[in-house]
Design a protein around this ligand. Sequence first.
Ligand code: V47
Length: 354
Amino acid sequence: MDIIRKVKAGERINFEEAMELYDLDLFELGELADARRQALHGKKTYFNINRHINPTNICKDICKFCAYSASRKNPQPYTLKHEEIMEIVDDIASRGIKEVHIVSAHNPETGLDWYTTVFAKIKAKYPELHIKALTAAEIHFLSEEYNKTYDEIIDVMIENGVDSLPGGGAEIFDEKVRDYICKGKVTSEQWLEIHEKWHARGKKSNVTMLFGHVEERKDRVDHMMRIRELQDKTGGFNCFIPLVYQTENNYLNVKVDITGQEILKTYAISRLVLDNVANLKAYWVTSTVNLALVAQEFGANDLDGTIEKESINSAAGAESSNGVDLNEFVGLIRNSGFEPVERDSLYNEIKSWK
Ligand code: V47
Protein backbone atom coordinates (compact mmCIF):
# COMPACT_ATOMS: atom_id res chain seq x y z
CA MET A 1 0.00 0.00 0.00
CA ASP A 2 1.37 3.40 -0.95
CA ILE A 3 0.34 4.98 2.33
CA ILE A 4 2.47 2.52 4.34
CA ARG A 5 5.46 3.23 2.14
CA LYS A 6 4.89 6.97 2.57
CA VAL A 7 4.62 6.77 6.34
CA LYS A 8 7.73 4.59 6.58
CA ALA A 9 9.63 7.05 4.41
CA GLY A 10 8.61 9.86 6.78
CA GLU A 11 6.69 11.72 4.07
CA ARG A 12 3.88 14.05 5.05
CA ILE A 13 0.42 12.55 4.62
CA ASN A 14 -2.67 14.39 3.43
CA PHE A 15 -6.31 14.29 4.58
CA GLU A 16 -7.36 11.36 2.36
CA GLU A 17 -4.32 9.34 3.35
CA ALA A 18 -4.93 9.96 7.03
CA MET A 19 -8.49 8.70 6.54
CA GLU A 20 -7.08 5.58 4.85
CA LEU A 21 -4.97 4.89 7.94
CA TYR A 22 -8.16 4.20 9.90
CA ASP A 23 -8.75 1.18 7.61
CA LEU A 24 -5.45 -0.45 8.54
CA ASP A 25 -5.28 -3.29 11.00
CA LEU A 26 -4.86 -1.85 14.50
CA PHE A 27 -1.50 -3.49 15.12
CA GLU A 28 -0.10 -2.56 11.73
CA LEU A 29 -1.07 1.05 12.40
CA GLY A 30 0.34 0.80 15.92
CA GLU A 31 3.71 -0.33 14.58
CA LEU A 32 3.90 2.66 12.26
CA ALA A 33 3.06 5.08 15.06
CA ASP A 34 5.43 3.34 17.47
CA ALA A 35 8.29 3.63 14.99
CA ARG A 36 7.63 7.37 14.76
CA ARG A 37 7.41 7.67 18.54
CA GLN A 38 10.63 5.73 19.05
CA ALA A 39 12.44 7.85 16.47
CA LEU A 40 11.42 10.95 18.40
CA HIS A 41 11.59 9.79 22.00
CA GLY A 42 12.88 6.22 22.20
CA LYS A 43 11.29 4.46 25.17
CA LYS A 44 10.97 7.62 27.24
CA THR A 45 7.53 8.45 28.60
CA TYR A 46 7.18 11.93 30.01
CA PHE A 47 5.10 12.98 32.97
CA ASN A 48 5.12 15.95 35.29
CA ILE A 49 4.31 16.54 38.92
CA ASN A 50 1.48 18.99 38.74
CA ARG A 51 -1.66 20.22 40.39
CA HIS A 52 -4.90 21.28 38.73
CA ILE A 53 -6.97 24.08 40.24
CA ASN A 54 -10.44 24.80 38.88
CA PRO A 55 -11.38 28.01 40.70
CA THR A 56 -15.02 28.40 39.64
CA ASN A 57 -17.72 26.39 37.92
CA ILE A 58 -20.12 29.26 37.26
CA CYS A 59 -20.37 29.53 33.50
CA LYS A 60 -22.02 31.69 30.89
CA ASP A 61 -21.64 29.04 28.21
CA ILE A 62 -23.79 25.98 27.70
CA CYS A 63 -21.64 23.25 26.19
CA LYS A 64 -23.66 20.07 25.82
CA PHE A 65 -20.74 17.78 26.76
CA CYS A 66 -19.97 19.61 30.00
CA ALA A 67 -20.79 18.15 33.39
CA TYR A 68 -18.69 20.63 35.35
CA SER A 69 -20.53 23.89 34.81
CA ALA A 70 -23.05 24.93 37.47
CA SER A 71 -25.50 25.87 34.72
CA ARG A 72 -25.68 22.26 33.50
CA LYS A 73 -26.98 19.03 35.01
CA ASN A 74 -25.34 19.09 38.39
CA PRO A 75 -25.43 22.63 39.80
CA GLN A 76 -23.29 23.15 42.89
CA PRO A 77 -21.96 26.59 42.15
CA TYR A 78 -18.70 27.64 43.73
CA THR A 79 -16.06 30.33 43.29
CA LEU A 80 -12.85 30.07 45.25
CA LYS A 81 -11.55 33.14 47.04
CA HIS A 82 -7.97 34.16 46.31
CA GLU A 83 -7.01 33.15 49.83
CA GLU A 84 -8.35 29.65 49.18
CA ILE A 85 -6.40 29.40 45.91
CA MET A 86 -3.25 30.65 47.68
CA GLU A 87 -3.69 28.05 50.42
CA ILE A 88 -3.62 25.34 47.77
CA VAL A 89 -0.61 26.93 46.09
CA ASP A 90 1.27 27.27 49.40
CA ASP A 91 0.67 23.60 50.05
CA ILE A 92 1.83 22.41 46.63
CA ALA A 93 4.88 24.69 46.61
CA SER A 94 5.89 23.32 50.01
CA ARG A 95 5.84 19.82 48.47
CA GLY A 96 7.99 20.79 45.48
CA ILE A 97 5.26 20.68 42.84
CA LYS A 98 6.44 22.57 39.78
CA GLU A 99 3.33 23.32 37.73
CA VAL A 100 -0.09 24.68 38.55
CA HIS A 101 -2.75 24.24 35.87
CA ILE A 102 -5.54 26.75 36.41
CA VAL A 103 -8.69 26.62 34.30
CA SER A 104 -12.22 27.61 35.11
CA ALA A 105 -15.67 28.08 33.74
CA HIS A 106 -16.63 31.42 32.15
CA ASN A 107 -17.82 33.30 35.20
CA PRO A 108 -19.24 36.77 34.47
CA GLU A 109 -19.55 37.69 38.16
CA THR A 110 -15.94 37.96 39.26
CA GLY A 111 -14.39 40.79 37.23
CA LEU A 112 -11.25 40.52 35.13
CA ASP A 113 -9.02 41.30 38.11
CA TRP A 114 -10.11 38.17 39.94
CA TYR A 115 -8.57 36.18 37.10
CA THR A 116 -5.37 38.13 36.69
CA THR A 117 -4.38 39.23 40.20
CA VAL A 118 -4.28 35.69 41.50
CA PHE A 119 -1.63 34.92 38.91
CA ALA A 120 0.40 37.91 40.10
CA LYS A 121 0.07 36.76 43.71
CA ILE A 122 1.26 33.26 42.85
CA LYS A 123 4.18 34.54 40.75
CA ALA A 124 5.30 37.06 43.38
CA LYS A 125 5.43 34.39 46.05
CA TYR A 126 6.68 31.47 43.92
CA PRO A 127 8.57 32.76 40.87
CA GLU A 128 9.76 29.23 40.00
CA LEU A 129 6.28 27.73 39.87
CA HIS A 130 5.09 27.36 36.25
CA ILE A 131 1.60 28.80 35.75
CA LYS A 132 -0.30 27.11 32.93
CA ALA A 133 -3.57 28.95 32.83
CA LEU A 134 -6.60 30.09 30.88
CA THR A 135 -7.79 28.25 27.80
CA ALA A 136 -8.39 30.12 24.57
CA ALA A 137 -12.10 29.75 25.39
CA GLU A 138 -11.55 31.68 28.63
CA ILE A 139 -9.48 34.33 26.85
CA HIS A 140 -12.28 34.77 24.32
CA PHE A 141 -14.84 35.00 27.10
CA LEU A 142 -12.79 37.61 29.00
CA SER A 143 -12.27 39.64 25.85
CA GLU A 144 -16.00 39.78 25.14
CA GLU A 145 -17.10 40.28 28.72
CA TYR A 146 -14.67 43.10 29.47
CA ASN A 147 -14.50 44.64 26.01
CA LYS A 148 -10.80 44.01 25.47
CA THR A 149 -8.93 42.69 22.46
CA TYR A 150 -7.29 39.27 22.55
CA ASP A 151 -3.93 41.08 22.53
CA GLU A 152 -4.86 43.08 25.61
CA ILE A 153 -5.96 39.99 27.53
CA ILE A 154 -2.86 38.05 26.50
CA ASP A 155 -0.56 40.90 27.49
CA VAL A 156 -2.18 41.28 30.89
CA MET A 157 -1.84 37.53 31.45
CA ILE A 158 1.85 37.61 30.63
CA GLU A 159 2.43 40.73 32.76
CA ASN A 160 0.85 38.91 35.69
CA GLY A 161 2.91 35.76 35.38
CA VAL A 162 1.13 33.22 33.16
CA ASP A 163 3.81 31.05 31.54
CA SER A 164 1.93 28.85 29.11
CA LEU A 165 -1.55 28.13 27.76
CA PRO A 166 -3.30 24.83 28.27
CA GLY A 167 -4.93 23.19 25.28
CA GLY A 168 -8.54 23.22 26.44
CA GLY A 169 -11.53 24.58 24.57
CA ALA A 170 -10.47 23.31 21.14
CA GLU A 171 -13.12 20.56 21.24
CA ILE A 172 -13.67 19.76 17.53
CA PHE A 173 -12.92 22.42 14.95
CA ASP A 174 -15.48 21.30 12.37
CA GLU A 175 -18.04 24.10 12.51
CA LYS A 176 -21.14 21.92 12.16
CA VAL A 177 -20.18 19.57 14.98
CA ARG A 178 -18.93 22.49 17.06
CA ASP A 179 -22.25 24.28 16.67
CA TYR A 180 -24.05 21.18 17.84
CA ILE A 181 -21.89 20.48 20.91
CA CYS A 182 -20.95 23.97 22.10
CA LYS A 183 -22.71 26.72 20.17
CA GLY A 184 -21.81 30.23 21.30
CA LYS A 185 -18.36 29.33 22.60
CA VAL A 186 -15.09 30.54 21.03
CA THR A 187 -15.12 29.57 17.33
CA SER A 188 -12.47 27.35 15.79
CA GLU A 189 -10.96 30.27 13.93
CA GLN A 190 -10.84 32.38 17.09
CA TRP A 191 -9.32 29.51 19.10
CA LEU A 192 -6.51 29.19 16.55
CA GLU A 193 -6.09 32.97 16.30
CA ILE A 194 -5.60 33.24 20.07
CA HIS A 195 -2.93 30.53 20.09
CA GLU A 196 -1.23 32.15 17.11
CA LYS A 197 -1.06 35.43 19.03
CA TRP A 198 0.26 33.62 22.10
CA HIS A 199 2.97 31.91 20.02
CA ALA A 200 3.89 35.25 18.42
CA ARG A 201 5.06 36.33 21.88
CA GLY A 202 7.50 33.43 21.97
CA LYS A 203 5.27 31.45 24.33
CA LYS A 204 4.22 27.80 24.18
CA SER A 205 0.83 26.14 24.39
CA ASN A 206 -0.93 22.80 24.06
CA VAL A 207 -3.83 21.73 21.89
CA THR A 208 -6.62 19.26 22.68
CA MET A 209 -9.30 17.46 20.69
CA LEU A 210 -12.47 16.18 22.31
CA PHE A 211 -13.51 12.98 20.52
CA GLY A 212 -15.72 9.93 20.89
CA HIS A 213 -19.04 11.79 20.90
CA VAL A 214 -20.99 12.80 17.75
CA GLU A 215 -18.01 13.63 15.56
CA GLU A 216 -16.88 11.37 12.72
CA ARG A 217 -13.41 10.21 11.75
CA LYS A 218 -13.22 12.90 9.09
CA ASP A 219 -13.80 15.60 11.72
CA ARG A 220 -10.89 14.31 13.80
CA VAL A 221 -8.58 14.29 10.79
CA ASP A 222 -9.75 17.78 9.83
CA HIS A 223 -8.99 18.92 13.39
CA MET A 224 -5.45 17.51 13.15
CA MET A 225 -4.91 19.16 9.76
CA ARG A 226 -5.86 22.60 11.11
CA ILE A 227 -3.41 22.14 14.00
CA ARG A 228 -0.64 21.06 11.63
CA GLU A 229 -1.21 24.13 9.48
CA LEU A 230 -0.87 26.55 12.39
CA GLN A 231 2.10 24.64 13.78
CA ASP A 232 3.89 25.01 10.43
CA LYS A 233 3.53 28.78 10.88
CA THR A 234 4.37 29.18 14.55
CA GLY A 235 5.96 26.01 15.99
CA GLY A 236 4.35 26.99 19.29
CA PHE A 237 2.46 23.79 20.20
CA ASN A 238 4.33 21.57 22.63
CA CYS A 239 1.85 18.79 22.76
CA PHE A 240 -1.33 17.33 21.23
CA ILE A 241 -3.87 15.89 23.67
CA PRO A 242 -6.79 13.82 22.37
CA LEU A 243 -9.44 13.86 25.13
CA VAL A 244 -11.78 10.89 25.22
CA TYR A 245 -15.37 12.03 25.76
CA GLN A 246 -16.78 11.10 29.21
CA THR A 247 -20.45 10.26 29.13
CA GLU A 248 -21.97 11.09 32.51
CA ASN A 249 -24.01 14.04 33.83
CA ASN A 250 -24.25 16.01 30.62
CA TYR A 251 -26.69 16.84 27.84
CA LEU A 252 -24.90 15.30 24.88
CA ASN A 253 -26.94 12.27 24.05
CA VAL A 254 -24.38 9.82 22.72
CA LYS A 255 -25.84 6.39 22.01
CA VAL A 256 -22.72 4.36 21.16
CA ASP A 257 -19.57 4.43 23.28
CA ILE A 258 -16.27 4.72 21.44
CA THR A 259 -14.19 1.52 21.52
CA GLY A 260 -10.67 1.10 22.85
CA GLN A 261 -9.60 0.16 19.35
CA GLU A 262 -10.93 3.41 17.88
CA ILE A 263 -9.21 5.41 20.63
CA LEU A 264 -5.87 3.72 19.96
CA LYS A 265 -6.24 4.22 16.20
CA THR A 266 -6.90 7.90 16.79
CA TYR A 267 -3.78 8.27 18.96
CA ALA A 268 -1.71 6.47 16.34
CA ILE A 269 -3.04 8.51 13.43
CA SER A 270 -2.48 11.77 15.27
CA ARG A 271 1.14 10.71 15.92
CA LEU A 272 1.58 10.22 12.17
CA VAL A 273 -0.36 13.27 10.95
CA LEU A 274 1.14 15.72 13.43
CA ASP A 275 4.68 15.35 12.16
CA ASN A 276 5.50 18.84 13.46
CA VAL A 277 4.21 18.49 17.05
CA ALA A 278 6.82 16.78 19.22
CA ASN A 279 4.64 15.28 21.94
CA LEU A 280 1.46 13.22 22.03
CA LYS A 281 -0.23 13.02 25.39
CA ALA A 282 -2.46 10.11 26.37
CA TYR A 283 -4.28 11.98 29.12
CA TRP A 284 -4.93 9.15 31.58
CA VAL A 285 -7.83 11.07 33.11
CA THR A 286 -10.02 10.54 30.05
CA SER A 287 -8.49 7.39 28.57
CA THR A 288 -8.07 5.54 31.92
CA VAL A 289 -4.58 4.75 33.21
CA ASN A 290 -4.72 1.27 31.69
CA LEU A 291 -5.42 2.44 28.15
CA ALA A 292 -2.89 5.28 28.50
CA LEU A 293 -0.24 2.65 29.28
CA VAL A 294 -1.20 0.71 26.13
CA ALA A 295 -1.23 3.98 24.14
CA GLN A 296 2.52 4.22 24.78
CA GLU A 297 2.83 1.58 22.04
CA PHE A 298 0.51 3.52 19.72
CA GLY A 299 2.43 6.78 19.53
CA ALA A 300 1.89 8.41 22.91
CA ASN A 301 5.02 9.59 24.76
CA ASP A 302 3.44 11.64 27.55
CA LEU A 303 0.92 10.64 30.22
CA ASP A 304 0.37 14.11 31.81
CA GLY A 305 0.96 14.07 35.54
CA THR A 306 -0.10 13.36 39.05
CA ILE A 307 -2.82 16.11 38.97
CA GLU A 308 -3.89 15.64 42.63
CA LYS A 309 -7.34 17.13 42.10
CA GLU A 310 -9.43 17.41 38.97
CA SER A 311 -13.01 18.59 38.63
CA ILE A 312 -13.88 19.00 34.94
CA ASN A 313 -13.51 15.49 33.57
CA SER A 314 -14.31 13.74 36.84
CA ALA A 315 -17.69 15.52 36.86
CA ALA A 316 -18.45 13.62 33.63
CA GLY A 317 -17.39 10.24 35.00
CA ALA A 318 -13.57 10.12 34.85
CA GLU A 319 -11.77 8.54 37.83
CA SER A 320 -9.53 11.53 38.35
CA SER A 321 -10.95 13.54 41.20
CA ASN A 322 -7.95 12.73 43.43
CA GLY A 323 -5.19 12.38 40.85
CA VAL A 324 -2.81 9.46 40.93
CA ASP A 325 -0.05 8.42 43.35
CA LEU A 326 3.38 9.35 42.01
CA ASN A 327 5.22 6.13 42.91
CA GLU A 328 2.43 3.96 41.62
CA PHE A 329 2.26 5.96 38.36
CA VAL A 330 5.99 5.71 37.78
CA GLY A 331 5.94 2.00 38.60
CA LEU A 332 3.19 1.38 36.06
CA ILE A 333 5.11 3.16 33.30
CA ARG A 334 8.25 1.21 34.16
CA ASN A 335 6.46 -2.13 34.32
CA SER A 336 4.93 -1.54 30.91
CA GLY A 337 8.40 -1.43 29.38
CA PHE A 338 8.96 2.32 29.16
CA GLU A 339 11.30 4.74 30.91
CA PRO A 340 9.43 7.23 33.10
CA VAL A 341 11.01 10.66 32.72
CA GLU A 342 9.83 13.56 34.80
CA ARG A 343 9.68 16.71 32.69
CA ASP A 344 8.95 20.34 33.36
CA SER A 345 6.05 22.16 31.72
CA LEU A 346 8.13 23.02 28.66
CA TYR A 347 9.41 19.46 28.17
CA ASN A 348 12.86 19.96 29.63
CA GLU A 349 13.88 16.71 31.30
CA ILE A 350 14.17 16.85 35.09
CA LYS A 351 14.83 13.27 36.17
CA SER A 352 14.71 9.73 34.87
CA TRP A 353 12.78 7.44 37.21
CA LYS A 354 14.21 4.30 35.59
O1 V47 B 1 -11.75 21.83 26.98
C1 V47 B 1 -15.21 18.80 29.14
C2 V47 B 1 -12.88 18.72 28.15
C3 V47 B 1 -11.22 20.13 28.62
C4 V47 B 1 -15.72 16.71 28.97
O2 V47 B 1 -3.12 21.52 28.15
C5 V47 B 1 -14.39 16.86 28.57
O3 V47 B 1 -1.94 20.10 29.27
C6 V47 B 1 -14.21 14.62 28.17
O4 V47 B 1 -8.13 20.86 28.22
N1 V47 B 1 -15.50 14.41 28.51
C7 V47 B 1 -10.41 20.74 29.75
N2 V47 B 1 -13.63 15.83 28.17
C8 V47 B 1 -9.20 19.87 30.06
C9 V47 B 1 -8.02 20.20 29.19
C10 V47 B 1 -6.66 19.71 29.57
C11 V47 B 1 -6.53 18.66 30.43
C12 V47 B 1 -5.25 18.24 30.75
C13 V47 B 1 -4.13 18.83 30.26
C14 V47 B 1 -4.27 19.89 29.40
C15 V47 B 1 -3.05 20.55 28.90
C16 V47 B 1 -5.54 20.34 29.03
O5 V47 B 1 -11.96 19.06 29.15
C17 V47 B 1 -12.25 20.98 27.95
C18 V47 B 1 -13.13 19.95 27.30
O6 V47 B 1 -12.68 19.63 26.01
N3 V47 B 1 -14.13 18.16 28.66
N4 V47 B 1 -16.21 17.92 29.33
C19 V47 B 1 -16.28 15.41 28.92
N5 V47 B 1 -17.58 15.19 29.22
